[in-house]
Write a protein that binds this ligand. Sequence first.
Ligand code: FRU
Length: 459
Amino acid sequence: MNHHSETPLSRAESVLWANAPAARKSPYALSYHIAAPSGWINDPNGLVRYGGRYHVFYQHYPFAPQWGPMHWGHASSADLVHWRHEPIALAPDQPYEKGCFSGSGADDGDTLALIYTAHDEDNPIKETQCVARSSDGGRTFVKSPLNPVVPHPPEGCSTDFRDPKVWRQDGHWFMVVGTAREGRGCAALYAGDDLEHWTYRGILAESDGTMGSMWECPNFCRVDGQDLLIISPMEMEGHKNIALFGAFDAAAGRMTLDRYQELDLGEDFYAAQVMEDGDRVLLIGWMDMWGKPYPTQKDGWAGALTLPRQLSVRDGRLCQLPPKELEALRQSVLVDSDAPGALDGVHGDRMELDIQCGGTAELCLSDADGELLRVTLTPERATFALPTGRTMSRDLSGAQSDIRVFVDRCSVECFVGGGEACFTQRVYPKENQFSYALSGDVTRVRAWTLGDAFEECPC
Ligand code: FRU
């Protein structure tokens, strides 16, 4: 490449693809999840449907498989199942930023807009909100000359002030930004007629002292008539990514809260973001967590996003299930049987299981060294047990009695009881060998091998 035409973006792009062949050879390379071609990723960002395609961006460090000055990676899809890598969307290349932190995407008619946090640890006002726009369907973005469009946190709020999420309601744009007030996590609310001019409307909702010291990645959405505020609270005892149920009063700029539900009981689920898609709401999380070992770092990559989930609220419970489109990943039917022993001898590492149960049933995933995860379903409860002895459980309404599991080489996502209990866990089986054991009251067991989600890449 001509040295003079190099930009921070083009440099990032060439290192990313130079390292991609090695990352792709990783024995744990994911087959149908969104991950970067190489390097590090964390939060999903900018989820939006635009120009007939789904766009998923993510926090990305393309130069090494570890967190570093944040860029935005990008993938897009026509069907929510098959993805292609798009050029890196944002690099920290402006005087007001050393990292482009999490944020959202918006269909703004002629442009696909990204609203993100410009982060600069050396600036006393550490975090501000900025806009970038694409007029070519998401291939290239131009940062707004009006940046930062929100130049400081609201008075009385912390300089931890990040992860803007916008939505459109009653002919206006609304935006929530995560922050804290007097050591309690909260979400600041803004409204505007365009994405560059915002009016502070007040604190939408805040912790009562038990819901964390700072709220990362807030999202507002309405599902089946229920207003939800989804947050990733820092330092909330026993919780990491919750949906707060309440009622949003747009005129007052307040949301009253009445209860919350953990989104996912596994260890590797954080920073979930929602996307409106017609009359449904989809959600994607980061399929990892801060402070964990990332064994694939030695192969040149770390981090991935979860499968998309479609949200519903049933009898006051938030349910999450993979959307119907994902059936397109199925390649061949390995099992279709009513016998509990149906999974004996099955070894796939890219699998979908659909287990319909009559009463109590147990599914165990193992490798040659022993158990990786045990899922127990009773009519009242779903329980997930890890070999470390850690056990998580959730009571079920009993409306549906099933265990659905997606395995992708080093990840397991479980949806139990019609999606009332979800569990996402990274596991690293010895020699990629999973085995499955099922027992109990099972009425139908189906298993499929799943295919690849990414089109051929240029590496
Ligand atoms: C959440 C988070 C966000 C921030 C981003 C930085 O995982 O800490 O609050 O914007 O990651 O990469």
